[in-house]
Design a protein around this ligand. Sequence first.
Ligand code: FAD
Ligand code: NAD
Length: 454
Amino acid sequence: YEIYRESNPRKQAPQSLNLANGQKRKTLIILGSGWGSVSLLKNLDTSLYNVILISPRNYFLFTPLLPSTPVGTIELKSIIEPVRTMIKRCKGEVKYFENSVQDIDPISKNITLNDGKIIDYDYLVVGVGSKPTTFNIPGVIENSSFLKEISDAKEIKSKIFKNIELASALENGDPLRKKLLSFVVVGGGPTGVEFAAELSDYIQQDINKWQPELQNDISITLVEAAPNILPSFNKELIQYAEELLSSKGKIQLKLNTIVKEVDSNYLKGLIKEQNSDHMEHIPYGVLVWATGNAPRDICQSLMSKLKQQDSRRGLLINDKLQLLGAEDSIFAIGDCTFHPGLFPTAQVASQEGKYLANIFKRLHKIERLAFEKKIRKIEIPDFKYKYKGALAYIGQDKAIADVVTFGKTYPSAGSLTFYFWKSAYLTMLSSFRNKILVALDWTKVSMFGRNSSE
Ligand code: FAD
Ligand code: NAD
């Protein structure tokens, strides 16, 4: 069925000024092509509105497998889904503009694109995600790579392979070799941990096999400001992950270490100890920065226009995901929002998108009844987040998971959890094509190792 759908996009109802009953067809603009916006699009009845999707990224990126890409465990093409094929599967025509929104005017209800084009909306859904935070720490932007987009994964891959080649050309014992092969990751959240784990697998399973002469000079360091990594997981799982990652010195965990400054050769880390704090210089050859999220400029600009938006952490929304200060026309979902109790995860964003699709159906019904002068009360329910558990890959074919069954959360860790992790992600990948490609990538790695060329 899925194969049929992919090769035969169904005929779509075209956009129009009015609906069949003469009622004005409202314009719904969706910003972004990430977890929130794509979930909305896939669940929305697009024949009810003139839907316009705007995003500078013409594909959906399956972020949970992004940490596997810089070392070649998974190919980048396997985890992206083109926007053009997604919009062709919708019931009603969806217009797509590959562009960024530069300005949102919540009073006049229009948006301005990067090329100056202005588009009016009746409803706007902001799903633009977030940018990596640097906490304004000097030197981070100039010297490190983030891990959020495809371009970041490519940059990290290129830096790793370049340094391995440069180090291979040096004599054994040359101190520069150690520096080039010092891979440092800052941030012990799931992004930093999963990437460090993938990198460690690559070194253990591939580099040590094909270039054993480099073995003694390679190091991976994971720097975390808090006393533990993965703070959102259960205590036992944290301990299990820390022991596995640092076993046999594969990854050096530097906990209680707050990076204060970065230059082209070293990080300056403030090490918090019981009796005294001290600064340490940590040399690096490749630096990956994964310390969480910050609001995008477009959201900061929108916040500055509405007095109700007094948080610096993201767009404030109510329980119906309406933007405070523009409740009648703007909704916001996913990482661009700040709502106490909701984490910036794909799980939250996609549930919010699905919820909004239902809300737009109800809003349309309310408007249709008003147009037909019929009286019937239609409720707009609040958004209720359903936590479905958490997963993280920690290397050596092992994963940790908070598994939710019958409303209770159980910790799970080890090799079986790794197979659960794999099957969960294969299920979550929405297109049949992506499922096949990812399964093939895993099979290729287990049979032939990783492709260590660019
Ligand atoms: P995004 O998915 O970031 O999408 C934002 C979209 O907006 C993009 O298409 C972007 O191009 C577009 N955009 C940006 N600026 C503009 C603009 N000005 N105008 C128009 N469009 C714009 N969460 C989990 O639950 N499980 C996981 O395993 C997991 N793994 C992750 C691994 C990594 C490496 C990372 C970085 C994150 C991971 N997350 C995970 C978190 C998850 O990816 C985010 O919470 C999720 O992407 C948020 O969805 P979103 O739609 O809000 O934003
Ligand atoms: P995060 O916010 O979860 O973790 C960032 C870490 O960086 C924190 O532990 C923080 O203490 C540390 N840090 C901050 N400043 C520092 C400094 N100066 N020096 C040293 N350490 C510092 O960020 P993330 O890992 O990028 O995750 C972002 C979001 O995406 C989270 O909601 C996360 O749950 C989600 N995510 C989930 C998964 C998964 O479920 N497998 C994977 C990746 C991301």
